[in-house]
Design a protein around this ligand. Structure first.
Ligand SMILES: [Zn+2]
Length: 58
């Protein structure tokens, strides 16, 4: 699961796209979550992934 999510540098949205933001077309980077424990981080990522999977049509 690590490294799948990207975050847009412009609008700050999370995306599963690896190349660019599907919302504004800007560059996306691997987000660096501040000071979460591994469990919390993965839980948050899974939550975000589910949320995004429901939003993005592909
Ligand atoms: Zn964007």
């Amino acid at each position: 699961m690590k490294g799948i999510l990207r975050k847009c540098v412009k609008c700050g949205r999370y995306t599963l796209k690896q190349d660019k933001c599907p919302y504004c077309g800007s560059k996306v980077v691997v987000p660096h979550p501040p000071k979460f424990s591994p469990e919390d981080k993965y839980r948050k990522y899974r939550y975000l992934a589910k949320k995004i999977a429901g939003i993005i049509p592909e």
